[in-house]
Ligand binder design. Sequence first.
Ligand SMILES: [Zn+2]
Length: 141
Amino acid sequence: MEKPILVESVRYSAVCQECGAETELCGVQALVGEALRWDVESMCPACGFALAVCDGDLPEDLRARLLSEHGRARLQVAPQTRNAAIMRVLRAELCIGLDDVRAVLEQVLTGRYSGTLPEVELLARKLRASGIEAAASRTVE
Ligand SMILES: [Zn+2]
């Protein structure tokens, strides 16, 4: 089964931590198979200081930049699907408890669950792997 790589990126400027010159950063979030990755890279044009960060969770500021640049993606599931199966996937993927998963399920069923496209596409892939018809779609707002 083909698992295409999905990439979203954003460019923004920041101040070089070495020399203080303005430098351009490139932030990327990617879905590779069933793994979310991210990194931020920059190369200072003034002093050549190179930065590459990719550890741990996606930083909130990068997530905010991606959302404001590309907009939110929404998770869509076919209305006739079984809720218990969706909840199982949500609990496993989002690491949330039974109480929280009901609120998230409500968001999913009403088409209000959203995030970056790689995040939502990952959930859609997991749901499809469990036999649930699901898709990520970009909202235009
Ligand atoms: Zn510099």
